[in-house]
Write a protein that binds this ligand. Structure first.
Ligand code: AVJ
Length: 334
């Protein structure tokens, strides 16, 4: 098959940007490296492998919700929109919506350039009637729809509970950016993981096959490769647990001994047991998440959950009038 035509806008983070954020994170206490850096080519593959583990319920549960309510979602969203997906990964879930939504264009955005290109080309090949305008970008910093994309009512799709990587204030700020992106009357379809028994959460982020551990440790391999660092992969272990006080799963990389590591020519000393915090994954109740969405100028239109209340999918709308003020930003037609 010939290569399908897609447009790819490339704002991929440079090694210098990676260096700045990694060094800043390692100098802080507690040490923290943002989870967006998990997603090099191998990290994107490992994430897809996590979604196949028996312990990681969010992906299959959200897919079941989207399948069960595809007709309702399509009826509420309507056709002909510009469908924008920040953090599109392998573009798996959007496939469940495309026939019903018949968007005039699909705009997948991802930080992982080659993964994005391959995924976007596959969508274009499977849905020949669909215009695909991909944007390689760190959407936590920049979320512009490429100029090549057509005009049309915008719908944002943000599945997978990626919103959980932000703390609730950060989530409200991010949703305000999405509200501005879709404009007055615009829609957001978003997947949000729900609070549940801690044992279920602990297992989901520490699968017995060790895929999540490999995903977490791959961050150090990436830093070794791209920043010429010398992390000893054998001297770090994966740790994940639900922090009930803060309503989030935390992932850490824990040093198993006293050690020094060189990153970009700077030396970092780690004591045995000291950790680098690599991810938060906040969990919500339906009402708590709707409160966050309201702070960003969204109104809940519908919410769907699975029978076991593991996961939720929310349809949210920005008020149609010009009167919404979210985080001080004035909404404007994109
Ligand atoms: C992609 C951020 C939604 O938090 O569940 C999965 C990432 N990390 N297992 C999540 C992840 C470890 C995932 N998100």
């Amino acid at each position: 098959m010939s290569r399908p035509e897609i447009r790819l806008q490339d704002l991929h983070p440079t090694p210098a940007e990676l260096a700045v954020e990694v060094l800043a994170g390692l100098r802080r206490r507690p040490r923290y490296i943002p989870p967006k850096f998990f997603y090099d080519a191998r990290g994107s593959q490992l994430f897809d492998a996590i979604t196949q583990t028996s312990e990681y319920y969010p992906t299959r549960t959200e897919i079941a919700i989207l399948q069960a309510h595809a007709a309702d979602i399509a009826a509420r969203v309507g056709t002909g929109s510009v469908l924008v997906e920040p953090g599109s990964g392998s573009c798996m879930k959007v496939r469940l919506l495309l026939e019903g939504l018949k968007p005039c264009a699909y705009v997948p955005m991802d930080i992982s350039r080659e993964h994005l290109r391959v995924a976007a080309e596959q969508v274009a090949a499977e849905f020949p009637w669909l215009e695909v305008h991909a944007a390689c970008t760190d959407f936590t910093r920049q979320m512009a729809v490429p100029d090549s994309a057509p005009e049309g009512p915008r719908v944002a799709f943000f599945p997978g509970s990626s919103i959980g990587n932000f703390d609730p204030d950060g989530a409200a700020d991010f949703l305000a950016v999405v509200a501005e992106l879709v404009g007055p009357g615009g829609l957001l379809l978003i997947g949000v993981d729900l609070k549940k028994a801690p044992a279920v959460l602990d297992a989901a982020y520490d699968d017995t096959a060790g895929v999540t551990a490999a995903f977490n440790l791959n961050l150090l391999e990436r830093i070794n490769r791209e920043l010429g660092a010398n992390f000893d992969l054998g001297a770090w272990r994966h740790r994940a647990f639900y922090n009930a006080d803060l309503g989030r799963v935390e992932m850490h990389l824990v040093s198993t001994r006293d050690q020094g590591v060189q990153v970009c020519g700077e030396r970092f000393d780690f004591a045995a047991g000291e950790s680098i915090h690599t991810e938060n994954s906040y969990k919500y109740s339906v009402a708590d998440f709707q409160a966050v969405a309201r702070r960003a100028g969204f109104f809940p239109e519908a919410v769907w959950t699975d029978p076991a209340d593991l996961f939720s999918v929310h349809l949210l709308r920005v008020a149609a009038g010009p009167a919404v003020a979210a985080s001080g930003s004035s909404p404007s037609r994109p």
